[in-house]
Design a protein around this ligand. Structure first.
Ligand code: ZN
Length: 193
C-alpha cells in the first residue's frame, strides 16, 4: 500500500460505500494510519491509497503517540453546512502544494465507525475542514478544484510538474494503464462494496 499522487485516476473515482467491517478492513485502516503518520498528515482517504472505498481516517494532531485521537469514518455523509471560513490546506496526494480554501465552517457528519456503530456529530474548526477535505476525496474532488480560477492559475506550473512526473512513471511501467486500473477497481469493489 502506498499513497498515490495527483493526477492518478483513482483520485477522481467516486468511491463506493463499504458493506461490512471485518479483520481485513481493520488491517487496511491500521496500514493507512502508518502511511499517514509517515507522511506527516492529519487525514487520509481510502482512494489516496488506491482503494475505491468510502472511508477516511483522521488524527487531527497527526501524532502517532496519541492513538486516542484516531478516528475512522466509514460511508460518511455531510449535511447542514453553516457559515464560511477560509484556511490553508495541503494534501498528501499533492505534496508541497498549499492554498487557501473556503469551506462551510460547520457541518454535521454521519458515518459508521470501525465497530460498525453509527456516529453523528456536528463539527467545526479543523475537524470540520479535514472531514470536508477527506469526504471530497471520496467524491473524486481535490482541494485544488475548490480554488478560484486565478488561485488555480498560480499553481498551474506545479500541477504540470506532477502531471509530467506521473507520465514518466507510467512510461517506466511503475503505474498501470487506465484499463488495468479500471479492472482493479471492479475487483476491489466486488470484494467489499
Ligand atoms: Zn487530500
Amino acid at each position: 500500500m502506498r499513497i498515490i499522487q495527483y493526477p492518478h485516476p483513482t483520485l477522481r473515482r467516486l468511491s463506493k460505500p463499504l458493506t461490512r467491517v471485518d479483520d481485513e478492513l481493520r488491517r487496511i485502516v491500521a496500514e493507512m494510519f502508518e502511511l499517514m503518520y509517515e507522511a506527516k498528515g492529519i487525514g487520509l482517504a481510502a482512494n489516496q491509497v488506491d482503494l475505491p472505498y468510502r472511508m477516511f481516517i483522521l488524527n487531527l494532531e497527526g501524532n502517532p503517540s496519541k492513538p486516542e485521537l484516531e478516528r475512522v469514518f466509514l460511508n460518511p455523509v455531510l449535511s447542514h453546512p453553516k457559515g464560511s471560513s477560509e484556511a490553508e490546506e495541503g494534501c498528501l496526494s499533492l505534496p508541497g502544494l498549499y492554498a487557501q480554501v473556503k469551506r462551510p465552517e460547520r457541518v454535521t457528519i454521519t458515518a459508521y465507525d470501525l465497530s460498525g456503530s453509527e456516529v453523528q456529530e456536528t463539527i467545526d474548526g479543523l475537524f470540520s475542514r479535514a472531514a470536508q477535505h477527506e469526504t471530497d476525496h471520496l467524491d473524486g474532488t481535490l482541494f485544488i478544484d475548490r480554488l478560484s480560477p486565478t488561485a488555480k492559475a498560480d499553481l498551474r506550473e506545479t500541477l504540470e510538474d506532477f502531471e509530467i512526473e506521473f507520465d514518466d512513471r507510467r512510461q517506466r511501467g511503475e503505474i498501470p494503464d487506465d484499463q488495468q486500473i479500471a479492472a482493479r477497481w471492479a475487483e476491489l469493489e466486488a470484494l467489499r462494496t
